[in-house]
Design a protein around this ligand. Sequence first.
Ligand code: F6R
Length: 242
Amino acid sequence: MITLIKVRDYDEASDKAFEVMKEYLKPGKVLGLATGSTPLGLYARMVFDHEENGTSYQEIRSFNLDEYVGLPITHPESYYAFMHRNLFDHIDIKEENAHVPSGLGEDLEGQARAYDEMIDETPVDIQLLGIGSDGHIAFNEPGTPFDSGTHVTDLAESTIKDNCRFFDNDISKVPTQAVTQGIGTIMKAKHILLIATGANKAKAVKDMLEGPVDEVCPASILQRHEDVTVIVDEAAAALLDK
Ligand code: F6R
């Protein structure tokens, strides 16, 4: 079941997302985390809450959705670096408990399977998601099987273009592959929190919520999950029937 929450803008979306996330900032909880522009406001609120209220992450574990293939973790645009810069370095989560899939090494598929095994042993309580303008979740591009596990994937042309802004607007610098949790992996999370803001997400939001459940729109599978919260701002909600 999807609970839809409509807010005015990005700031309100981040406030609402924090309200939902706050319930999970407790010892023993397992967070599924995302990168990209969408969660930055939420992460800023988590850092503020840690600093002001002393909310502790010592007994919290996390699993990120994805990572580019071939970028060293020291590269500022690696998702490992992103997570440290925007969240992990500012809270007290233990390094060994904050998992980001590795996009480096000889046996990426083997590492991907091991990542899924870890998630199976430590099920995710709340999975945070953004959505791509093509309806992707994590790096599961249109056409990805709904039952996929963590795997290596080619990025869609539109995603490479969308992410160009992080690589000096130079398309040749954007990695073309990523390791990503599969749709099947994501669907195992007990609660899913998806945030979508901005007009470039409006079509994907409509397809996700009101379209058929079809691999053409990866996010449409969320209609089959039992506990999803979707937070949309006015621009992202613009094409919705209701
Ligand atoms: C990030 C991720 C991606 C983004 C999506 C939206 O870990 O898996 O699916 O959530 O591309 O990106 P932004 O938030 O930058 O619009």
